[in-house]
Each structure stands twice: as structure tokens, then as C-alpha cells.
Design a protein around this ligand. Structure first.
Ligand SMILES: Nc1ncnc2c1ncn2[C@@H]1O[C@H](COP(=O)(O)OP(=O)(O)OP(=O)(O)O)[C@@H](O)[C@H]1O
Ligand SMILES: [Mg+2]
Length: 1007
């Protein structure tokens, strides 16, 4: 039973696939057959499967009906899903491109090509819509998405028209960049426009119309508006809307109505869109003024005067133009008028694009932004009468074809190279020869055309044709009536040249080539336009242009140059392709015109594309993906393979019985040569599915997947962090080195980091090495940069430490300090014994209380002894030493001999104190000798002379009266007599009577 079921499942899968062909042409068994190719397209088209791949190229057939495949749920289906896992769709291309941009961080572009009416513009709109709906956004970005989408109806109103092939044909080329920020949100856009078909403004082919905006205005504009613009609702009233070209002659025609589009509705859409993309009410008004004035201009009629002069016969707003036109002949006047209408419309269109670009411009520069470009450019065009415009359009398609060939071949080849697989070259038609024929400097058609336009003397379109024949006769892709053989000659007129394009042969009629290439506008008309008070026209017609004598570039050369730039833009991006095919010329759904389709398949180069793709391998898949999908087919790889991926794939394919010629293993991908091999494998998988549908396994599988996802997410995050740290470190080192080089310069961006670092590290070091006490004079050496600041800090720190110290000091200690400070003032650097005294504390008294006789204390009464010390008094005559006590009270000092006060010295009367500069303890208290009570000068010796003299001087408030004498001290003996003490240095202290009755004091030398 199970075997039968397997066979049934296999068969139904095969028939289902058969019915709708293959999703990827690469899987076509008979890939060389154009018929098989077209049959596959037809089958799918019949089932409304309008999309099919050739590898990564999307082929799209216009269904000419609304399909239910563009809804939001459909968009969701394609989000983040691999190309081959789901049916082909424009959303798959959009999503794949988007993901490639995000993961590979490389700019992408989607090139949409195909002939007029094949669905290019629709495709580009679907892509934009996909991004606007599925990409992450916020309010600002949503507004941008809106503007991106709304720019379309506006551009279409002004740049699209009904043609025989397409009711909404783009009459300009468009390249649009959508910019995305690092999160993948659309943040900006930019449009480049190419060669608007301006001739349409003044006349159209039979059955075609002028640009939509004219009809939209007339049909949709409110009555008031039309009155202001002096317009009538009936388009038949306007020459530019009824003039048709039939067989190269202008004629009055009927203004064709559009069945598929409602001008009135579209008018509303455009009027709503304009404010969204940033047009003010005033700008809209100015824009409509211009549109109306073009219509009025078309109705300007001329009459011929008796003397051949031309005058305006119609009363219009622009009748003042008559002065400018009148010197011209009737014909010249008409063509000057038309040239003006074309110039005004063409330049206004360019202004419109600029204005849209301002509204889409990236408002904030975002880092790491990437771009997806969309190219919707006119497809290859062969009309009954082909003119300059078709020449340019087809040239553009040649260039795109060249790019397509180069990029598809190159990327295919690159893939084989990176995977280490030998590449087999494919023969393809290289259209460089045609591109050169058109664009080569000096020799190409464009150069010859320019030369003919600039050449002095009689030039006309026919002389241009002759020049072409002279220069290009014999070129394999160029033919004229004269150069052709009989058969071709019959189908060519004498005014035509034929180019053998890669896509087919096209005859171009040279009539109007020179004029259109010149695209010149009478200088006087330009001047008038400069004076217009319509700001848009002021912007379009610049005064500099009138003054500038240099001839502007010719139209074809301008186009050539803009194409070169476009090619550069496209080359710098990773391309994806959408090739659009038109199934019938009648714009009808369900009709598949085989001849028409075959022609398009041919000139889109789809068969070549397929051959290139198939020359190598029909199918390729990364090892992980291949193994993941087909592992249930081999017991060794199911449920999980734990070895190397390539070994797993190898085991799997040998189990499946792949023959060596059927496949190759690259470095990261398996390449399968024939689609059949893949089908067999796919069928086997289908058959196996019921068996492996067990929930338990699935659960386990899900768990494993979840773990892998979490693990890889975590690893990714760690790696990103590490990479970020490395980047920061490298940046830091770079800044450090640069800063070091610039370290002697003023503070500047190059060295700011380095200098800040130097400051910072000095301060940090200082903080750890601050002096701990006032006496510690160490201070870290500052770098020159902070020397001044360092000095300020040092002082502040010292002051702070001192302040703290002072606050901590007890009253006792404070007294001690004050006395020490006074001692320093008196003795520092004056007396030899001073330094020794500094470290010794001054005592409150040198005598114990009991050492002072009670009687003395009683005698002193209220005058308390503040300090007492033993001294030796020397008689002034004979210098006899006598031991005494010297007691200091608050107002006087007394000399005491045991119980008796021998002498009282009032501080107020004290004249001074003399000490020697040596290390001895002798000192003299000078007292007035006239005063009996005071008994005159006293010569004393004390071993604490510094302490005693300091205290005495302080208590007597006579610090400044202390006199330090280096050699000798004179003192008063009674009645005007004088005694002298001589001081000398010696080995030890000795006080004795010396020569001439002096007292000799020998002081010990201190070292
Ligand atoms: N995917 C689609 N679904 C439904 N209708 C479509 C689709 N693509 C195209 N069409 C129909 O075909 C018409 C022509 O398509 P479109 O304007 O995109 O052609 P085009 O290739 O841009 O032509 P041109 O070169 O003239 O600008 C559309 O107006 C629309 O009616
Ligand atoms: Mg289009």
C-alpha cells in the first residue's frame, strides 16, 4: 500500500508541475529550445502564473488584469524566505535584494526592462510598495514611505501619456534610489530622470495623447480654476491636444479619450499627492499656470502680412511675444512657438523632479546607510516611423544590454571561481560593436550628428544622412537605402538609415534629427522667460544661460553622458533583473501572442541568459541548505549530520546514486548540472514526507533549531562586542599616537585626547602621592602643560594642611607655638644656641612650686608667679657670681635670694635685654639706674637663656627691645660708669673676670 501511495504522490507532483511548467527556466530539460521556453511561459501565463525565474532573473508577463497576488498577506509570505522555496514573485526579488543589501552591506539595484507596455512601471511600483509596507519604520519614515509612493502619480501625470502601446506609457526614463539606514528602514530617496519626450507637447501620433496632466486639468479642475486659467473644459479647443502626426505630416485630429484611465480621478490623486511631497499651494498654482500657458501658446496663431512679416492673430495672454517672433518667417514663427512650449514643459518637468528630490532627501545623515536603486527605463522601441527619440531609447537599451551581459557573465564566472569550479565559456552576442557604432568619439553616429549641427553652411537632415553614409558605409550593423542590396532597398525610404540592433533591425527616419539634437530656443524667447514673475520659470530659465555665449551640449551628447553616469551608478551596485514581457498588443488579458512574445524573448536575450546559466550548472545550493532539505533521504544524515558539511552532502548524494558528471562540490555549495537529477531527488523527498511527519522528530528538530538560533545569536553578539572593543582600542591607540606627535601644539582636535590624558594621569598620580604633613616638601613633578596648575594646587594643599593642623592645636600647644614663633623672631640666625633650642619645649616654669619660698609668695601677694628659673647673678663690680631665682609675674620680675626678694624689675621701666650672639647663657636686663627702686642693669646667666629671654620679652611686651650683640655688651654700673662683657668662642663655657676689668665669657663652639 505504501509503495503505491508513494508512486501516486510522485505522479501527482509531477503532473502538477507539468501543468504549470517550471518555476525556473534553468530547470527546463530542453534549454536550447526557444519553443520550449515560450511554451513554459504560455502554460504558466494561462494559470495566471506571470512570474518565472531564469536563475536569479525574474521574467514577468503582463497579465493585463488585476491578480490577487499583491496583498499584504502575500508580502508577508515572501518576507525573509529563500528564493527557491516559494513561487516566483516580484516580492521575492524585492525581498532578496533587500536582504542582500542588509547582510552583505552592498548597494543593490533592480533593473527593470521590457518594451513599452510590458509592465516595468507597475513592477517598480510594486517593489516600492513592498518596501514601504514591510520595512521597519517610525513616524518620520512612514512619512517618507508616503512621499516615495506619492511621487509616482505626480511624475506619471507630467511624464506619462497614452500611446498606441500603453495607456500609461512613461515618456521619460527613471532611476530611483531608495536609501535605507543601518536598521533597514527607508530614510531617503533620489530620482534621476532621462530624456523626456518633449515633442509630444506639441504633437502626437495618431491615436495617442499629450501628457496626462493637460487632460486631467481640463477634466478634473474646478470651474473656478479653469476660469482663472482662462481655459475651456473641452480639450478639442487646444491645438496641442489635437494635432497629430500622420505619415510625417501634421494634421488636425480627434483628441482620443482614454478608456482605462479616469482623468478626473487621477486629477484628484495628483492634487492630493502634491502637498504630501511638499508643494505649497502657491507652487501648485504656479505649476498649473505653466500648464495652462502651454495650452494657450499652442493656440497662438500667426498670419502673414503683405510684406511677408508675421503677426499674431490670436488674442492671448502672451501677445507681447509678437515682437519677438515677427522678424521670423511664418514657418520659423511656428517652430519658435513650439520650441518655446517644449522648453517650458521640459524644464518644468526637470524642476518637478528636483522638487520631489528635495522632499525625499535624506534629512539626517545616517551612518552605514545602503541603497537600492530601481531603474524603470523605456524599453526597446520599433515604431512604424522611428525618429530621434527612438534612436536614443534604443541606444539606451543597447547600453543596458551590454551591462546585463557583462554583469551576468561576470557574476556567474565569479561564483564558479570562488567555489573552485572550472568554467566553460558560452558564446553570446557581444553588442559592444553597436554601442561603439553609436557612441564612439569622432566616428560614431552621435559625433557625426553633433558635427553636422555645428558645421557652418547649409546643413540639413539629408546632408547628415550623407555624412553617415560616408563615415559608416560598410559597417556590418549600418545600412541605408544607397548602401543596401535590392531586397532591403525595397523596404527602406531614401530618408532612412537602418541599425541592426542586438534586438532587431530598426529604420530611423532622419527628418528632424538635426532640430531635435540642436534643441535650440531663440535667445530672445529665453530672455523673455527670464523676466517671467512665475518663480518656477525663473528657476528654469536662468539669466546666466542667456549671457553665456558657450553653446550648450547637444541633446544626443547630453543623453550619452547621462547614460555613462547611469552605467557607473549601476556598475557600483549588485544588480537584480526583472525582464518584462508584453503578451499581446491589444492590452487584453488572457491573450498570448506567440510571435510577439518570441520577438521579446529574443531581444531581451533571455535564451542567451538561460544558456549562460545552464552552461555551468542548472542548480546550486549552499551545503547547509541542501543537507537540511534532503537529509531525510539518507540514514547516515538523518536526523542530523555531525561531521563536516561537505562530507555530509557527499554521503547524501552517493546514497542517492548521483553520478560524478551530474554534480560538483564547490567550497560551500553543491552544483547540480541537470534539472532531472534535482527532480528525482525532490520527488523522493515528497514521497518520504509522510514518513518523517512524526511529531516527536519535529519537536526535537524544532528544539535543535531553537538552540542553534540562540547559540548563534549569542555567539554573534559576543563576536560583535569583541569586534567593537577592538575597533575602539585601535581608534584609541591611533588618537594617542597622533596626540603624542602634536603634543607641543596648542590644544586642538588632534591632541586633545592625549593632553587630557596627560592631565588626567598627573592628577591621578598626585592624588596618591600628596604630602601627608606640612613638613613634607615632596611634590610630584608636573608635566610642563600643567606646571602652573600644579603650583596652585601645591599651595592650596599646604594651606589646607596648615589650616587643619591649626584647628587641631590645643591651647597649651598654641601657647608653646606662639612662644616658639616669638623666639624664632628674636633669635633665628642671630644666636648660636638657637637652633638647638628649637626642638626643646619651653616649660611653664623651671622651678617647682615647693622650690619657691612661701614667704616670697606671700610677699608677692596677688602677683602670681608665672614663671620661675634659677639664674646666676654677677655683681656689676667684681663680677662675683651669686645664685638667685628669677621669678616673672604679669607686670614685673624679681630676683630672689632664697627667702628674700633682692631686686624688683618693673616691665614698664625695662629698657631692654641684651644677649650675645654666641652659645652662652649670659644676658643683661637694662634697667634705669637713676631710679633707686630699680637698681640699674642686671647681669645674669641662665642655662635656658632662649626660653627665659623669650618669656620675659613677651611678658614685658618688649620683644623688639631684645638686642643681640656679637662681640661685647655694655651695661650701666652706678653713676654713669659702664661695664663691659666680652664674648669669645672657646672649647668650653667659662665666665670669669678678664682683662681691663671686663667680664669675659667663653662660649662653647657648637658644630
Ligand atoms: N502586474 C500587473 N498586474 C496587472 N496589470 C498590469 C501589471 N503590469 C502591467 N499591467 C498593466 O499594463 C499596463 C502597462 O504597464 P506599465 O505602464 O507598467 O508598462 P511600462 O513597461 O512601464 O511601459 P512604458 O515603457 O510605456 O512606460 C498598466 O497600466 C497595467 O494596466
Ligand atoms: Mg512605464
Amino acid at each position: 500500500v505504501s509503495l503505491r501511495r508513494v508512486r501516486l504522490v510522485m505522479e501527482s507532483a509531477l503532473t502538477a508541475r507539468d501543468r504549470v511548467g517550471v518555476q525556473d527556466f534553468v530547470l527546463l530539460e530542453n534549454y536550447n529550445s526557444e519553443a520550449a521556453f515560450i511554451e513554459n511561459l504560455r502554460r504558466r501565463f494561462r494559470e495566471n502564473l506571470i512570474y518565472t525565474y531564469i536563475g536569479s532573473v525574474l521574467v514577468s508577463v503582463n497579465p493585463y488584469k488585476e491578480l490577487e497576488i499583491y496583498s499584504k498577506p502575500q508580502m508577508e509570505r515572501y518576507r525573509g524566505v529563500s528564493f527557491y522555496e516559494i513561487s516566483p514573485h516580484i516580492y521575492a526579488v524585492s525581498d532578496n535584494t533587500y536582504r542582500a543589501m542588509r547582510t552583505e552591506r552592498k548597494d543593490q539595484c533592480i533593473l527593470i526592462s521590457g518594451e513599452s507596455g510590458a509592465g516595468k512601471t507597475e513592477a517598480s511600483k510594486k517593489i516600492l510598495l513592498y518596501y514601504a509596507v514591510t520595512c521597519p519604520t517610525n513616524d518620520h519614515m512612514a512619512a517618507l514611505g508616503d512621499r516615495l509612493l506619492q511621487s509616482n502619480p505626480v511624475l506619471e501625470a507630467f511624464g506619462n501619456a497614452k500611446t498606441l502601446r500603453n495607456d500609461n506609457s512613461s515618456r521619460f526614463g527613471k532611476y530611483m534610489d531608495v536609501q535605507f539606514d543601518f536598521r533597514g528602514a527607508p530614510v531617503g530617496g533620489h530620482i534621476l530622470n532621462y530624456l523626456l519626450e518633449k515633442s509630444r507637447v506639441v504633437h502626437q501620433n495618431h491615436g495617442e495623447r499629450n501628457f496626462h496632466i493637460f487632460y486631467q486639468l481640463l477634466d478634473g479642475g474646478e470651474d473656478d480654476l479653469l476660469i482663472t486659467l482662462d481655459l475651456e473644459r473641452n480639450p478639442q479647443k487646444y491645438q496641442y491636444l489635437v494635432k497629430v502626426v500622420t505619415f510625417n505630416c501634421l494634421a488636425q485630429g480627434n483628441c482620443p479619450r482614454l478608456s482605462s484611465v479616469s482623468d478626473k480621478n487621477n486629477w484628484k490623486v495628483v492634487m492630493k499627492a502634491l502637498p504630501v511631497i511638499g508643494f505649497t499651494e502657491e507652487e501648485v498654482q504656479k505649476l498649473l499656470n505653466i500648464i495652462a500657458s502651454v495650452l494657450h501658446l499652442g493656440n497662438t496663431q500667426f498670419g502673414e502680412g503683405e510684406e511677408g512679416e508675421t503677426y499674431i492673430t490670436t488674442e492671448t495672454q502672451i501677445h507681447h511675444l509678437s515682437k519677438m517672433i515677427s522678424p521670423l518667417s511664418f514657418e520659423q514663427a511656428l517652430s519658435a512657438r513650439d520650441a518655446l512650449a517644449k522648453a517650458v514643459y521640459g524644464r518644468t518637468f526637470t524642476w518637478l523632479v528636483e522638487k520631489i528630490n528635495q522632499s525625499l532627501a535624506l534629512k539626517v545623515h545616517s551612518k552605514g546607510s545602503s541603497v537600492i536603486g530601481l531603474l524603470d527605463i523605456y524599453g526597446f522601441e520599433v515604431l512604424q516611423h522611428n525618429s530621434f527619440e527612438q534612436f536614443c531609447i534604443n541606444y539606451c537599451n543597447e547600453k543596458l544590454q551590454q551591462l546585463f551581459i557583462e554583469l551576468t557573465l561576470r557574476s556567474e564566472q565569479e561564483e564558479y571561481e570562488t567555489e573552485g569550479i572550472a568554467w566553460e565559456t558560452v558564446q553570446y552576442f557581444d553588442n559592444k560593436i553597436i554601442c561603439d557604432l553609436i557612441e564612439e568619439k569622432h566616428k560614431g553616429i552621435i559625433s557625426i550628428l553633433d558635427e553636422e549641427c555645428l558645421r557652418p553652411g547649409e546643413t540639413c537632415d539629408v546632408s547628415f544622412l550623407e555624412k553617415l553614409e560616408d563615415a559608416l558605409g560598410g559597417h556590418p550593423h549600418f545600412v541605408t537605402h544607397k548602401l543596401a542590396n535590392g531586397k532591403t532597398r525595397r523596404v527602406m525610404s531614401r530618408e532612412e538609415f537602418r541599425l541592426l540592433h542586438y534586438a532587431g533591425e530598426v529604420n530611423y527616419n532622419v527628418n528632424g534629427f538635426l532640430d531635435k539634437n540642436n534643441d535650440s530656443l531663440n535667445r530672445n524667447l529665453k530672455e523673455v522667460m527670464c523676466q517671467s514673475d512665475n518663480q518656477i520659470l525663473q528657476h528654469c530659465f536662468r539669466r546666466e544661460e542667456v549671457i553665456d555665449q558657450k553653446r550648450p551640449e547637444m541633446a544626443a551628447t547630453q543623453f550619452k553622458n547621462s547614460l555613462m553616469k547611469l552605467m557607473e551608478i549601476l556598475m557600483s551596485k549588485e544588480p537584480s533583473y526583472v525582464r518584462c514581457i508584453k503578451p499581446n498588443d491589444a492590452k487584453q488579458p488572457g491573450r498570448f501572442d506567440e510571435v510577439l512574445v518570441r520577438h521579446q524573448v529574443k531581444y531581451l536575450g533571455l535564451m542567451e541568459n538561460l544558456r549562460v546559466r545552464r552552461a555551468g550548472f542548472a542548480y546550486r545550493r549552499r551545503f547547509e541548505a541542501f543537507l537540511q532539505r534532503y537529509k531525510p533521504l539518507c540514514p547516515e544524515t538523518w536526523p542530523n549530520w555531525h561531521g563536516r558539511l561537505s562530507d555530509g552532502v557527499s554521503t547524501l548524494v552517493s546514497h542517492l546514486g548521483y553520478k560524478p558528471e551530474e554534480y560538483k562540490l564547490g567550497r560551500s555549495k553543491i552544483f547540480i548540472r541537470f534539472p532531472k537529477t534535482l527532480f528525482t531527488t525532490e520527488d523522493a523527498l515528497e514521497a518520504k514526507k509522510p514518513e518523517i511527519g512524526c511529531l516527536g522528530v519535529l519537536y526535537m528538530h524544532v528544539c535543535v533549531c531553537v538552540v542553534i538560533v540562540i547559540q548563534s545569536g549569542w555567539r554573534g553578539m559576543k563576536a560583535r562586542r569583541r569586534a567593537k572593543r577592538r575597533r575602539q582600542a585601535a581608534e584609541l591607540i591611533r588618537r594617542f599616537i597622533k596626540g603624542f606627535i602634536y603634543r607641543h601644539e596648542e590644544y586642538c582636535p588632534e591632541n586633545e585626547y592625549f593632553l587630557d590624558h596627560v592631565r588626567y594621569s598627573f592628577l591621578k598620580n598626585l592624588r596618591q602621592n600628596l604630602p601627608k604633613s606640612v613638613l613634607d616638601k615632596n611634590w610630584p613633578t608636573p608635566p610642563p602643560l600643567v606646571a602652573e596648575a600644579s603650583e596652585h594646587l601645591r599651595r592650596m594643599h599646604m594651606r589646607n594642611m596648615t589650616l587643619k593642623y591649626c584647628r587641631r592645636v590645643q591651647p597649651e600647644w598654641k601657647k608653646q607655638m606662639m612662644q616658639k614663633v616669638e623666639a624664632s623672631k628674636i633669635f633665628k640666625d642671630q644666636k648660636d644656641s638657637y637652633p638647638q633650642s628649637v626642638g626643646r619645649l619651653f616649660l611653664d616654669s623651671r622651678l617647682e612650686r615647693e622650690q619657691i619660698n612661701l614667704k616670697v609668695v606671700q610677699t608677692l601677694g596677688n602677683d602670681k608667679v608665672q614663671y620661675g628659673v634659677s639664674v646666676i647673678k654677677y655683681d656689676r663690680r667684681g663680677f662675683k657670681p651669686r645664685p638667685r631665682q628669677l621669678l616673672l609675674t604679669n607686670t614685673f620680675a624679681v630676683l630672689v635670694d632664697r627667702t628674700k626678694i633682692k631686686q624688683r624689675m618693673d616691665y614698664s621701666a625695662m629698657r631692654g635685654i641684651s644677649v650675645s650672639s654666641l652659645s652662652d647663657g649670659v644676658f643683661v636686663v637694662h634697667m634705669p639706674s637713676e631710679d633707686n627702686k630699680q637698681k640699674g642693669d642686671v647681669v645674669l646667666h641662665c642655662s635656658h637663656v632662649i626660653e627665659l629671654v623669650t618669656k620675659l620679652a613677651m611678658m614685658a611686651n618688649k620683644v623688639s627691645y631684645v638686642n643681640i650683640s656679637p662681640g661685647s655688651i655694655r651695661f650701666a654700673v652706678a653713676r654713669g660708669k659702664e661695664g663691659i662683657i666680652d664674648f669669645v668662642r672657646g672649647s668650653e663655657l667659662k665666665v670669669a673676670k678678664g682683662k681691663r676689668g671686663h667680664l669675659l665669657v667663653v662660649s662653647q663652639r657648637l658644630y
